[in-house]
Unconditional design. Structure first.
Length: 214
């Protein structure tokens, strides 16, 4: 892969890179902010973004796909320009722009920049279509959260939102607290994290008829 993406041909080839059996880099580059405002959502360090994306896809998204028969990626990679603009708009009071500051999103949505401790990471915002009918009836994301806690050991952090049970899930190569957080779109609360009384052990009674990873 070229050090920089400088043409449509470069970007086309980059989007064709297969991160795992069911996920390609093109799946990770969509952004409403970028599309609406005409800001390029292209990595400054394409190879580093691919490295992080392969871990996310292989260790987290692929097992989810195998268990539930599909994963919809809503948002994943954000360039520093896209994320920074989104945070500026959010700070100005527009809740349609839901972006943390760049410093907090390095090694998260900004895949091609390591965090202040030098660690690599990658976050995607996803939906599990299999779970949608249940969520529409119960409005409860916790069964899915507990299933992932027990079955996807590579996750670092998750936060669940009320819109179609969309959630952010992060792969991170650094130390992890395994935090799971529930948000109503404005406020949030922790469900569990490493060291919490409810973290260890088997939580399968919370998701009795869920599928297994095939």
């Amino acid at each position: 892969m070229a050090n920089k993406i400088t043409s449509v041909a470069d970007l086309t080839d980059y989007g064709r890179v297969q991160l795992s059996p069911h996920f390609f880099m093109r799946d990770m580059l969509y952004s409403e902010i970028a599309n609406f405002h005409g800001i390029q959502n292209i990595p400054n360090d394409p190879d580093l973004a691919l490295d992080a994306g392969r871990h996310l896809a292989t260790e987290i998204l692929e097992p989810l796909h195998q268990a539930f028969g599909g994963v919809t990626v809503r948002s994943a990679y954000r360039s520093p320009a896209v994320n920074g603009f989104g945070n500026e708009m959010m700070q100005a009071g527009d809740r349609a722009y839901f972006c943390a500051p760049n410093e907090n999103n390095r090694a998260s949505h900004i895949w091609d920049e390591r965090d202040k401790d030098g660690y690599l990471g990658a976050t995607a915002s996803i939906i599990i279509p299999w779970y949608l009918p249940r969520f529409e009836k119960t409005k409860d994301p916790k069964p899915l959260a507990w299933w992932i806690r027990d079955n996807i050991p590579a996750y670092d952090f998750m936060i669940f939102y009320p819109w179609h049970c969309a959630f952010n899930i992060r792969w991170y190569e650094g130390p992890s607290f395994k935090l799971i957080r529930l948000s109503d779109g404005i406020n949030s609360k922790d469900l569990t994290h490493k060291g919490a009384d409810n973290f260890d052990g088997d939580h399968s009674d919370q998701y009795p008829d869920f599928p297994r990873i095939r």
